[in-house]
Design a protein around this ligand. Sequence first.
Ligand code: GLN
Ligand code: ZN
Length: 768
Amino acid sequence: MTTKSVAAATVHGYPRQGGNRELKKAIEGYWKGAVTAEALLATAADLRRSNWKQLAEAGVQEVPTGDFSLYDHVLDTTVAVGAIPPRHRAAVAADPLAGYFAMARGTQQVAPLEMTKWFDTNYHYLVPELGPDTVFAANSAKAVAEFGEALALGHAARPVLVGPVTYLLLAKPAPGVAADFEPLTLLDRLLPVYAELLADLRAAGAAWVQLDEPALVQDRTPAELNAAARAYRELGALTDRPKLLVASYFDRLGEALPVLAKAPIDGLALDFTGPAAGNLSDLAAVGGLPGKRLVAGVVDGRNVWINDLERSLATLGTLLGLADTVDVAPSCSLLHVPLDASAERDVDPQIGRWLAFAKQKAAEVALLARGLREGAVSIAADLAANRADLASRATSPITRDPAVRARAAAVTDADARRAQPYPQRAEAQRARLGLPLLPTTTIGSFPQTTELRVARADLTAGRIDTAAYRERMETEVREVIAYQEKAGLDVLVHGEPERNDMVQYFAEQLTGYLATRHGWVQSYGTRYVRPPVLAGDISRPHPMTVDWYRFAQGLTDRPVKGMLTGPVTMLAWSFVRDDQPLADTARQVALALRDEVADLEAAGAAVIQVDEPALRETLPLRAADRSAYLDWATESFRVATSGVRADTQIHTHMCYAEFGAVMTAIDDLDADVISLEATRSHMEVAGELAEAGYPREVGPGVWDIHSPRVPSPEEALALLRAGLAAIPAERLWVNPDCGLKTRGWTETRASIDSLVTAARTLRAELAD
Ligand code: GLN
Ligand code: ZN
């Protein structure tokens, strides 16, 4: 290999919202008509300028452009390739900005694009809709303008676009197009459009353009890999083009690595963190990237912990032998982490030392690049400080609680198994609960009204004290219980008024779990969440839900469900520890929940629901890694729930419709009752469960709570009949698809009436 050029620091993308969520405020203001389009665009330009400045000041030599978005970068790509769905074309032509948001959010007349998760992150993108009639047309306006802004500000900049293969693999057949249409068949039509985009960026002065191909880290068929090879052969062969950097992240490139290594492109970005660490040996195995630039993702771009700088330097040292140029970067866009850890003034300073958000990660990659250029001695002081921070984490009583560790180590197989087989439990539960056929229930939450939100805000602001807050919540629980009795529901809930969020509520009460104040991360569009941080060993200093259960149960003779969030979901919607296997963290959370379950049972709860809506979304990207994940995931659920008596009924809940990949896992949970989302798929999941021989009780949802639409009793009845065709009446429950916290009371009352009426009608028929 020839002489190495100088290692630079770069990032793939940066948080968009600004330090005070300025972008959210400006966009929502624009939607309400309170902010003009010009003002919104000016705010956006300010944010981009400030982001580049932050990056440059942190020591990042090449900044990304085009990673910024007013809503979503996949939607931006849809605009850039001209794949505007026909139903949105007039609006986009009339007013590109308003039309852009119409695609994202829909209008009274037209439906938005569908939204789905960006790989295994908690970011959601808008799904491109394509068909055999799709005509692409290049629109480089945004990419060129944003690149021009950075250039004018004096930055060395690299435009970033979603790559053509990933774009097509993320797309779905447009409405009206056959379901088996494969968007990837449009590749030959799309490549000339990318060629034009690249030429435009080249003309604007871009030396490099980054094409993101994260879809290539998933299991791909030979045909898909061939498509990738063809795409980069063709783009690489263009004469009027910038240098091409193809970026991958979130996992190993696997079989796609030799394909891209051989392609006539100029550089490759690889993730070397977490499940992607195998890229290192894979890269050596293909003989490295002679003549190419390697952008090495050695700093975890999707978690909040400081980097092990010495280990990263060692990795980078190895990589120097494998490519022409090695640049240093986070593993993926920093979009997935909060902006600035130094804003967290309330965090225990001991833990604060261990945190690195986007700003800190930018500084880490800059430091590593310097270490690579000038030698480790040039950053000796920083390395020493980093070593001390890491040591303080490894030896802290926060991360090493001997009691928690001893208990986790002592868990036996028997702890993760109910003592009695299901048939025996079912009989004991039937005797204890005395429920009618087709029992009715809800999933947990009732509408989170303005009054409830105001009460919580009042408490946070100190306008009311805990006692006054509690009183307001008690009033709500009283109303919710009285309402459910009147409505004729069989198994009641307390309504979860006291829960801000189903994960955060528990995180706030568990030792070792941390809430942030400003740790906002984009979930979709202008929706930002603040995931709590699993920082240390997890223990439960006191019961978390028992008082509320007791209060609610004291108001009624009908069973009230104890209501908890399961270990897998707690992990999925938090930042997890990176200093121990996920399975270990899950087990600690499970043991804390196990104690809560025991306390609920002791307080009299005959039914305890442990929600696991995230079980499927944390599924590893590569099939080979899935069974190990499902093993610890289901085991942690069972550790949480198996300590109960035979006559205590364990429920679980999930809300999505595609169960294929996790069907066996659902059975492995060994819950007595599972409620599921089923309305939109017309009870399809009931049939799937039946086919798989699922032996226990099932509540496939008969009311789509994602829409304000009220189902009629006839609709609910039709769905129930469909459910009954798959699941025998003795094992069928009647419930909505999910919790009701986002619904209003009017539609809730009407919908529950329909649901109860349908159940009663069917019961009467069955009795005949
Ligand atoms: N028990 C929770 C609720 O009803 C479940 C929410 C969920 O599945 N996402 O709100
Ligand atoms: Zn749900």
